[in-house]
Each structure stands twice: as C-alpha cells, then as structure tokens.
Design a binder for this molecule. Structure first.
Ligand SMILES: C[S@@+](CC[C@H](N)C(=O)[O-])C[C@H]1O[C@@H](n2cnc3c(N)ncnc32)[C@H](O)[C@@H]1O
Length: 329
C-alpha cells in the first residue's frame, strides 16, 4: 500500500485539532460557572449564520466599519504605507474579508507591493474568501493561514521578513475580557517590529437598546448561531445535546460596556460527550461570548498599556465605531 506522507500529515493535524476542541469543551463545561469558547462558533454552518448576522439591519457593526473602509480607503492606505515599501498585510480572524476587500482593491490599484495573509481558525471561511478574492481582485497575492491567531502570526513571520501591517476588524478584540485583551495586544506588539502597524476595530458604547438589539434579533439568527455550537459538539464529539432544551439569553450592562450571551438549560438534564456525563440544572447558564463596548478613553488606555503608539483614529459617520491605527515604535 502506498502511503502519501502529506495525507498522513493532514490526518495528524485534523486529529490534533479535534483533540484540542474536545479538551477545551470538556474543561469549559466542567468549570463552574459553565462556559464555551466563541472561537468554536465557526464551522461551515456557523460561518453561514455569521454572514446572515452581518446582513441584519440591527447588526450595525458591519455597516459602520464598512463606511470607514469605503470612504477612508486612501487615508488608511497612506497611514499604513508611509514609505511605499513592500509589506505583508495580515488580517486576524479575516472571515470573508468583505470590509478589507475595499482596502485590498485600492492597494492593488495603486501598484502597492504586498501579500495578503488572512488568518482564520475556520478553513471553510478561508476557502470562501480565497474564491471570492481570486474572482474580484485577480492580481492579489493571497496566502491563507488556517489556525489560531498567534500560531499563524509566527508562521507569517517565518514565511516573510517584510514589514507587517495587521488588521483586526469587526471589534473581535471585544470578544475578550479587558485583561485578556490587554495581554493579547501586548503579545501582539512583542511579535511585531518597530515600524509595523496594527489597524484595530472597536465597537463604541452607545444607547443600550441599540446594542442589545444587535445581539438579540427577533428572527432568532443570533440564537441559532449560539445553539449551533451545541450541534457542532454533537456532530464532532459524539455528544447528545437536545438543542430544544437550551435557550439563548443576551444581556448588556451599560455601566461596564459588557454585552454577554448565554445559553440557558430549560430543564434538569444530563448530556453525554463521548465517555463523559455533564449535568445541567434547570436555568443553569453556559456563558458563550462577551462583545465588549468601548469608550475612546478605554481604547487609549489599551494602546498605552500594551505599548502601542496611536497614529490616528477613524470614525464612521454616526461615530458608532472606531478603527484605530497603532504603531510599534
Ligand atoms: C466575528 S467574526 C469577524 C470576521 C471579520 N473580522 C469581520 O469583521 O467581519 C470572527 C472571525 O474570527 C475567527 N476567529 C475567532 N477566533 C479565532 C482565533 N482564536 N484564531 C483565529 N481565528 C479566529 C472566526 O473563525 C471568524 O471568522
């Protein structure tokens, strides 16, 4: 029998990924209070549901950041490549790169020398992105990096020694608690070099009802997005969650800016995951995701405490969202 070494390597990587997924899920559901990591939302169905969320009128974040990328494209390009030298444009958690594609098109039109390196934990969304960009911007050089943020940044630095510009859009940074976000930005700064840039998106504090509606739509798309993680655990980890016995619950605390989603167990129940039994009592919550909202002062503190220097701050027309450009000095 012929063994293809690439095939074996691929299989090993898949089983390592599944092992990590299983370990994280068992650890998080074994903790008190129970939680799940939102980075696991994004399988094929999760990616599709997130695209539906982005198209919802109430999910204002996408349109606000799109406004910045459509109307301030030249400004962004001038800030991130002041000397026109070659660079790598890395996008963390790129998704389908819908917003960044405006910047990519502009840079290609300007004849900029750069490679686009989208990083995402979802292999599915990276193939969607690649197909889309190959069609719309055929001259763009794309190197897809599938995996966790920092592991893939290390890979990007091994692949090329060019100057780096990192995009971290969609207020993904808000999916971390403040201490985690600070540690994330500090570690990111340490991985970059003097003269590198970070363009980072922040959803700003605004009327609490506007925020709550963005995450608690009447059509139930956000609820399905959260519940889909239980379906994914059923499929990939041999589990038996009864999805109808869990309900999505959303909160927003205007004094801290923390918007949190939960799944609530509707009854006392036991769930089997492989050889493990996980008990849930009636009304017990699984904490799913934080989407932190920021004031401009919170953002200045984060830049300063993590060691970045603020270059500029770009707002959408409504001033609901900010893309900050930070530099490593
Ligand atoms: C909320 S979506 C945002 C997508 C895009 N940045 C935007 O603004 O539209 C988050 C994306 O980040 C990816 N992601 C989440 N956690 C990640 C991690 N730890 N490492 C790599 N990618 C991650 C997800 O797969 C998903 O595509």
């Amino acid at each position: 029998m012929n063994i293809n070494p690439h095939h074996k390597y691929h299989q090993n990587n898949i089983s390592k990924t599944v092992d990590r997924f299983r370990q994280d899920i068992l650890l998080d559901l074994g903790s008190n209070p129970k939680k799940l990591s939102s980075k696991y939302f994004y399988d094929k169905i999760g990616d599709e549901l997130f695209q539906k969320i982005m198209n919802m009128e109430s999910y204002y974040l996408t349109n606000c950041e799109l406004d910045i990328f459509k109307t301030k494209t030249a400004q962004i390009a001038d800030f991130i490549r002041p000397n026109n030298e070659p660079f790598d444009l890395i996008e963390l958690g790129a998704g389908d790169a819908m917003k960044s594609s405006y910047l990519l098109q502009y840079l290609v039109d300007q004849g900029a020398t750069f490679s686009f390196m989208p990083i995402d934990i979802s292999g599915n969304i990276l193939s969607v992105l690649k197909n889309k960009l190959n069609d719309s911007i055929p001259n763009l050089e794309i190197i897809c990096l599938k995996g966790e943020y920092f592991e893939m940044i290390d890979q990007a630095t091994t692949l090329s020694s060019r100057r780096k510009v990192v995009l971290f859009l969609g207020s993904n940074i808000g999916n971390m608690e403040y201490e985690q976000a600070l540690q994330f930005c500090s570690e990111l700064k340490d991985k970059l070099s003097a003269g590198d840039y970070l363009l980072i998106g922040f959803d700003l504090k605004k009327h609490p009802k506007t925020i709550l509606q963005a995450y608690d739509d009447r059509t139930g798309i956000t609820a399905s997005f959260n519940l889909n993680l239980l379906k994914r655990i059923n499929q990939e980890l041999d589990a038996d969650f009864d999805i109808s016995q869990f309900e999505h619950y959303q909160t927003y605390d205007p004094s801290t800016g923390a918007c949190r989603s939960y799944l609530i167990s509707l009854i006392n129940q036991q769930v089997t995951i492989g050889e493990y039994q996980i008990p849930f009592y009636e009304n017990e919550a699984i904490f799913m995701e934080i989407s932190q909202k920021f004031s401009p002062e919170d953002i200045h503190d984060l830049a300063r405490e993590s060691g970045f220097v603020t270059v500029t701050e770009l707002y959408d027309t409504k001033k609901w969202f900010m893309d900050a450009i930070w530099k490593v000095s």
